[in-house]
Design a protein around this ligand. Structure first.
Ligand code: NAP
Length: 325
């Protein structure tokens, strides 16, 4: 089977495609025949050894896949060969087969294809945990989403609309903003071209933002924080722009707002039952047609570097996935 290997840390073009022996299922594990693998922003950091979690080389990237169970190890009871699943693999997903823990699997509803389901647990799981658990977003409140056409950003747009919030989506091109509107955004701001603060003032009538969802960082974070409403919640998701903002603490004091950290990786480890309930709700919304993942790129696994380069060049709207046809 083919696998994409990070043999030494570096940019995407240093990844190597190898032929490896087919996997067998050890006790307590399953082998998934991978049909689609989610390519994430964090993969671009992991292969460079710049992510908050480190993986020793050599390793096969790919933390989330969808596919069909090919083999079940001794002691695995709930799953059987042939089941359509989504799997949180941690690593190993950029391959034709991947090992997974049975408790990190979810069944995929028939209404969604493998590619559409590939990045769902992480992107929507992050945005669900952020907006609903950490941000306490309520119907009628206004949420501003930075990087709103990205993987977690677009998931946040859809979940905020399900909650009944008013969504202001920010992105860097008209094409990306159009995708946000297609997924329910009420207002859009091109934060590279427009005066974000003036637009927020106009849209909220001067009241400000109840919740900010920030996966971008850089200069945008403080601009958004300065427009918080009294009692607002600023959700720290990530730093896709690169720089990690350093915020003067008089700002949350004056605004009476909270700055709230969000990390799905730790949440899923420390509160697994709650995380599982969130993910189950997300799959229910998929089955009900309330969530429609946007896939802007599908590449064969040999082209994993192209997919990662697209993310680094800000060319992706929604998700980019690797597919094994
Ligand atoms: N806290 C958590 O638990 C958690 C979970 C998942 C992801 N994350 C983090 O959230 C961030 C976004 O992840 P994602 O999967 O949504 O990534 P993504 O799909 O690549 O989206 C990131 C967005 O950031 C914007 N951006 C601004 N400057 C950028 C730059 N220099 N390079 C790339 N993108 C830039 C881009 O939108 P524009 O071009 O419109 O600006 C892009 O759409 C990452 O930092 C990731 O590590 C955190």
């Amino acid at each position: 089977m083919k696998a994409v290997v990070c043999k030494s840390y570096g940019l995407p073009d240093t990844l190597v495609v190898e032929d490896r022996p087919a996997l067998e299922a050890p006790p307590g594990k399953v082998v998934v025949s991978v049909r689609a693998a989610s390519v994430k922003f964090s993969d671009t950091l992991l292969i460079q050894n710049k992510y908050q979690n480190k993986i020793d080389v050599p390793f096969v990237p790919g933390g989330e896949v969808t596919g069909v169970i090919k083999a079940v190890g001794a002691g695995v009871e709930r799953w059987k060969v042939g089941d359509r699943v989504s799997a949180q693999t941690g690593q190993g997903g950029f391959a034709e087969e991947a090992l997974a823990d049975p408790d990190k699997l979810s069944s995929i509803p028939d209404s969604i294809d493998f590619a559409g389901a590939a990045g769902l647990s992480n992107a929507y799981g992050t945005s669900y945990y952020a907006l609903i658990d950490r941000g306490q977003l309520k119907a009628g409140e206004t949420v501003l989403i930075l990087g709103a056409s990205g993987g977690v950003g677009l998931a946040a747009v859809e979940i905020a609309k399900i909650v009944g919030a008013k969504v202001i989506a920010c992105a860097s091109t008209e094409e990306k903003l159009a995708v946000c509107r297609e997924h329910g955004a009420d207002h859009t701001i091109n934060y590279d071209k427009e005066d974000m603060r003036a637009r927020v003032k106009e849209i909220t009538g001067g009241k400000g933002l109840d919740v900010v969802y920030d996966p971008v960082g850089g200069d945008y974070s403080e601009l958004a924080l300065r427009d918080m409403a009294w009692g607002g919640r600023f959700l720290v998701i990530g730093f896709a722009a690169g720089p990690i903002p350093k915020i003067a603490l008089n700002l949350p004091l004056i605004k009476g707002c909270s700055i709230v950290g969000v990390w799905i990786g730790q949440f899923s480890k420390k509160e697994p039952a709650k995380h599982r309930a969130n993910v189950d709700q997300i799959w229910k919304w998929v089955a009900e047609g309330k969530i429609k993942p946007h896939i802007s790129g599908r590449h064969p696994i040999e082209k994993a570097a192209d997919a990662l380069n697209e993310i680094m060049a800000r060319k992706v709207a929604g998700k980019v996935v690797l597919v094994n046809e």
